[in-house]
Design a protein around this ligand. Sequence first.
Ligand code: TXA
Ligand code: MG
Length: 340
Amino acid sequence: MDTKVFQLDEIEQAAALLKQGELVSFPTETVYGLGANAQNEAAVKKVYLAKGRPSDNPLIVHVSSIEEVNAYVEEIPEAAQTLMEKFWPGPLTLIFKLKPGAFADTVTAGLDSVAIRMPDNQATLALIKAAGMPLVGPSANTSGKPSPTTAQHVYHDLQGKIAGILDGGETGVGLESTVLDTTNPEAPVILRPGALTKEALEAVIGTVYVDRHLVSEEEKPKAPGMKYKHYAPDEPVIIVDGSSESWQAAIAHYQDQGEKIGLLVNETRARQFKGQVAEVFSLGKEGSVAEAAKALYAGLRFFEKTDVTLILAEAYQRDGIGDAYMNRLEKAAGHHYFND
Ligand code: TXA
Ligand code: MG
């Protein structure tokens, strides 16, 4: 199959493919999604196949209005209604009790709940409207790999396996949406951290809990997708959290073992160590975790095109989007830190 790349003035053509049950990747404010008709079983099955995604990992349904959610869920808790009005369109996925039959069975992988979000991207909202159906939208990467933040990343992973890609340029946030379970109205729980932080949610609806798995390694995560090895490039990733001296020690340690090192670091450190290692990729201004979040997946993908054998990656403060950045980086690194 030829994968057609559509420009932003070709939304009708992209929508026509979706109506035929084909897969079309779309841009969002977080990462690119892999779109298919959420009410067409055959189309949704193709999504799992194209990504190589385990069938017990449910998909997020992408909608173009708040009103339509009523048709898909058993109830909308008050907190969820407030959050939709405040933060949609935006990087917030809400889990609701599923109205049986609202979507193709495989969308929810047998769960009685469903994840829904309204992405903050004009072209994609227009695409959903033009298609006239809610779209599933897992990140448009091969399962286990870093999520795509450009149309080129999607093309690299899925060319020949999907009908089209709507090219909306580089995504803004760079990390996937915050997933919040609202099925227990007494205790909303964050299942996956994202750009919308616990504090931002609490300012609107009061106390929000965090899935224990995100805090402790031992617990089984409630978002099925969080248990898989994820966001990982081909080379091992090791996190370095410390001063120039720790970086110097880490570089020396792994070079002694014969590793060809790639550094995924802020621009100050990139300049400092450029001559000493095989490759460097800058995550942006020192201390700017928003820039780092936006660049992380492109950085992890960059090293796949090089001959480095090991990636040393920069830790950031866990505030703001830093929490999501560290969550994804720790998964990419299998929680492996350098200890000097
Ligand atoms: O930003 C995003 O959310 C992107 C863009 C494309 O919208 N999409 C995305 O989808 O990240 P995906 O499929 O890569 O991640 C969906 C996550 C998985 O961890 C999945 O297990 C969880 O949401 N999830 C989906 N339905 C769920 C449910 N009913 N209960 C709990 N977790 C659910
Ligand atoms: Mg994903």
